[in-house]
Design a protein around this ligand. Structure first.
Ligand code: NAD
Ligand code: ZN
Ligand code: ZN
Length: 345
């Protein structure tokens, strides 16, 4: 089968690989129909994610059809259409029983990280019963690809952890797919203001269409002043970091009002300064989270009722044989205006 492989920092290739097979009775083999690329895949290619070793097939998002099941899988059968969660969960370990699937002792974020992932024709899914979701009849498969990772991530790590509340003031730093997913799902709670911050005017335009009440291009170095002006000098109640670099986390530290929450989503590859000399008396909370995907069933309901349209995030489509072009397009979003790219296997 064709598979997209990480070969070490800056190196990648579309290779011919053997089709995966069942290795545990709880596995399923899924034939991928549609997958996509995540900002985290770009972090891996930069060498930011040491758990992902050269030779790994990347990808942790997608939908497909069950090809084969292990002897212990009872809730799915070959031919079933499924949504793949970016988080693998056994459903039984202490972390899973707490709803913290991201730290499942035999799962968590392993797909396209410590085991081969979805940017291929087939993928092996461990703990299939608790890591796959049946696709409801009539559901739009492209929209569902946004539910593997970005919508639960924006919602759980950003909106829930950030305690977005009715009438509150929210800033989201980073208007990429994750920041935009946080923007879409923050609106479930009717905050008074959602300020989107990015360097890319095109993405800020998209954010306006998605419901941002104000946008700030931080390229001129005056984002703090701009946010303070927009909030009457107070700062924001929730600052969501959706980039993953020191500058944007430190920006969050500078724009929070007393009592605020900084909800980090970004995957960070380098250390970040925590300015306690300024923050110690601000009564703030800082949260970090690897998405648990506990909100996936709720988000499936939201999609069914058309409360939000995640398809708006899709800008480009490629065949798997052209995945290198897809990476090129996704990796140069400022020029290509890419948000999410759909890859058809
Ligand atoms: N915590 C989790 O479970 C989880 C899950 C998925 C993704 N992530 C992480 O979320 C982050 C965002 O993902 P994405 O797919 O949206 O990535 P992305 O790279 O597409 O988007 C990042 C955005 O940040 C903007 N940006 C870059 N530098 C900036 C700066 N200095 N100031 C303001 N904006 C800046 C870019 O223009 C871009 O629009 C990544 O770090 C990704 O790895 C975390
Ligand atoms: Zn991801
Ligand atoms: Zn578990």
């Amino acid at each position: 089968m064709k598979a997209f492989v990480y070969l070490g920092p800056g190196k990648k290739a579309l290779e011919e690989r053997p089709k995966p097979d069942i290795t545990a009775p709880t596995d399923a083999i899924v034939k991928i129909t549609k997958t996509t690329i995540c900002g985290t895949d770009l972090h891996i290619l930069k060498g930011d994610v040491p758990t992902c070793q050269p030779g790994r097939i990347l990808g942790h998002e997608g939908v497909g059809v069950i090809e084969k099941i292990g002897a212990a899988v009872t809730t799915f059968k070959p031919g079933d259409r499924v949504l793949i969660s970016c988080i693998t969960a056994c459903g039984k370990c202490a972390y899973c029983r707490k709803g913290m699937y991201s730290h499942c002792t035999t799962g968590g974020w392993i797909l396209g990280n410590s085991i081969d992932g979805c940017q291929a024709e087939y993928v092996r899914i461990p703990h299939a019963e608790t890591s796959l979701y049946p696709i409801p009849d009539g559901a739009d498969e492209e929209a569902l690809v946004m539910l593997s990772d970005i919508l639960p991530t924006g919602f759980e790590c950003g909106v829930l952890n950030g305690k977005v509340a009715p009438g509150s003031v929210v800033a989201i730093v980073g208007s990429g797919p994750i920041g935009l997913a946080a923007l879409l799902t923050a609106q479930f709670y009717s905050p008074a203001e959602i300020i989107m911050i990015d360097l890319d005017d095109n993405r800020l335009e998209v954010a306006k269409r998605f419901g941002a009440t104000a946008t700030v291009n931080s390229g001129d170095g005056n984002a703090v002043e701009a946010v303070m002006k927009l909030t009457g000098g107070r700062g924001v109640d929730t600052a969501i970091e959706a980039v993953g670099i020191p500058a944007t986390f430190e920006l969050c530290e500078q724009i929070v009002a007393p009592g605020a929450t900084i909800a980090n989503i970004g995957v960070h590859g380098t250390k970040v300064a925590l300015h306690l000399e300024r923050l110690w008396d601000r009564n703030i909370t800082i949260t970090t989270r690897l998405v648990d995907t506990v909100s996936t069933p709720m988000l499936l309901n939201i999609l069914r009722s058309h409360k939000i349209d995640p398809k708006l995030l899709i800008t480009h489509r490629f065949k798997l044989s052209h995945i290198l072009d897809a990476y090129e397009t996704f990796g140069h979003a400022a020029d290509t205006r890419a948000l999410k790219v759909i890859i058809e296997a």
